[in-house]
Ligand binder design. Sequence first.
Ligand SMILES: [Zn+2]
Length: 388
Amino acid sequence: MQQLQDAGGLGIAKKLISSYYAGAKDIAPDKVEQREFGVGNFQTKIAFRHMRFIAEKDLRAYLSNNAIPYVSCSAAYYKYPDARPMERKGWEGSELVFDLDVTDMDLKCQLRHGKSWICSECLDAVKAETIKLIEKFLVPDFGFAEKDISVNFSGNRGYHVHVKNEGILKLDGNARKQITDYIAGIGITFEELFPNAGERGAALRGPRPDAKGWKGKLARNFISSLNSGIDSLTELGIDRKDAANLYRKRSLVLMGINSGNWDMIYIKNKADFWKRTIEVQSIRQSDRIDRNVTNDPSHLIRLPNSIHGETGLLARKLVSTSALYRFDPMTDAIAFGKGEVEMTANSRYEVRMNGQAYGPYDGNTVKVPVYVGIYLYLKGAAEIRNLN
Ligand SMILES: [Zn+2]
């Protein structure tokens, strides 16, 4: 039975994984000997943990010899990474890691294809969130330098961001939680943004666009919606009549906000109006990170440049954060670029890889590039056979 299975998709997948790792470069993180590793099989992403590798060549040999479909590595550095329980490892610090995943987002395309399938719209949306995390939070608000930030595709439906700098290594779970609360927009209060909202008869004072942190972010974003037109304003939950009024008088409104006066035109129940608008905005501007991952200094996260066993794609590490803009995971994260397989597939949606669309398939048998066959096989949508 095993042999029969190995002649099909599973055997092909194992062989490809094994040969990828045999020649893989740049798979060891910095201070590899201080990291805890976890490995999985095709059923479980982390089946064993508390593993240690002294050098990249040992890691490479292990992954290749065992055709490991999932490998994760600690954000933490330990004195004894293979010791257990956790308290005996001798924690020496942790990178700050962020996990952004399409399944944590609510997207229009998901209404069409569900949360288990991933389309190019999903991938674009999670990429935009990742860029936002770096450019709107990590760099301006926390002052991290681009060189301290590295990004990799998760290998399936998101991105991982690793921040390494002396200042964050020793942060405990609590300090990490304060960072994720801030990024998720938790604890922003209307009263803090509009301190005199309760005063009768006074002009409503609010955040200026040049203010630091969330205050400036919200003011600038409102200005950008105002300049974009009535539809953008209605997306903030403003009704069409008020939106039209704001848009018509926008130069006056803008002049006010620039100096912190949010009361330049008459708006009925103004405090309630701005409170609602700001709430919608803060939800839209906060970042969709998996807070549990960042908050836990001992979390194991997919090893950059390793294979993802549900797609056959690489958790490809990007050369720089700005490379994200032109990164297309369905092309740039392809691990198995050579050869073709015969595939019998059932999938309702097309998959776009390396610039070409494949499918949908209705049980037909076709010849496709290996990376397409493996992708659909690992997603459970196809059986594949070697061509001969
Ligand atoms: Zn989608």
